[in-house]
Design a protein around this ligand. Structure first.
Ligand code: HEC
Length: 138
C-alpha cells in the first residue's frame, strides 16, 4: 500500500487559478477534492492508479463491470449539458433528456451531491464544462 500510494496518490490542486472566478475555483476544488468525481470518471492503469493524462475522460471498467462516461468539457457540451441542467442533475438525478442517472451515479447523488448547497452545485457545474483544458495545461 505504501508503494502504491507513493506511485499514484497525489494532492488535488487547491491553489486558486487567478484568471478564473471564485465560483470556478470552488467548483474545481469540489470536483477534484471532496467530490471524488475522478474516482469513477478517470480511467485507471493496470495497477489501479488513475491515468492523469486522461482526467475525467471516463472509465469503461468500473468494479462490477459497469462504466462511467467522460465528463470532460467537450463531451459534456456535445451532450447538451449546461451549468443549469448539470447543477439540477447533481441535485435530483434527472438528466437533460428527462432520463434518470443509473448505476453508481445514483448513489453519488443520493449520498453526496443532493446535500450540497445550490451555490456549490452551481460551482461544480460551472467548473466542469470549462475545466479540463486548464487542468490538462497544468
Ligand atoms: C461511484 C462512481 C462514480 C462517482 C464517484 C461519480 N460518478 Fe458520475 N457517473 C457514474 C456512472 C456509472 C455514470 C453513468 C450513469 C448512467 O449510466 O446513467 C455517471 C454519469 C455521470 C454524468 C452523466 C454524463 C453523461 O454525459 O451522460 C455526469 C454529468 C456525472 N456522472 C458527474 C459526476 C460528478 C460531477 C461527480 C462528482 C461529484 C461524479 N459524477 C462522481 C459513476 C460515478
Amino acid at each position: 500500500m505504501k508503494l502504491w500510494r507513493a506511485a499514484f496518490l497525489y494532492d488535488p490542486p487547491t491553489e486558486p487559478v487567478a484568471q478564473q472566478s471564485d465560483q470556478w475555483n470552488r467548483g474545481r476544488e469540489l470536483v477534484n477534492g471532496a467530490g471524488h468525481c475522478a474516482a469513477c470518471h478517470t480511467p485507471r492503469n493496470l495497477a489501479g492508479g488513475r491515468d492523469l493524462g486522461s482526467r475525467l475522460a471516463g472509465n469503461l471498467a468500473l468494479p462490477g463491470g459497469s462504466s462511467a462516461p467522460s465528463i470532460q468539457a467537450d463531451d459534456l457540451l456535445a451532450d447538451d449539458w449546461t451549468v443549469a441542467n448539470l447543477a439540477y442533475a447533481l441535485r435530483t438525478g434527472i438528466t437533460p433528456s428527462g432520463d434518470a442517472f443509473g448505476g453508481s451515479m445514483v448513489e453519488v447523488v443520493q449520498m453526496n451531491t443532493k446535500f450540497l448547497t445550490p451555490r456549490d452545485l452551481e460551482a461544480m457545474a460551472t467548473y466542469l464544462p470549462e475545466g479540463d483544458a486548464l487542468i490538462a495545461a497544468q
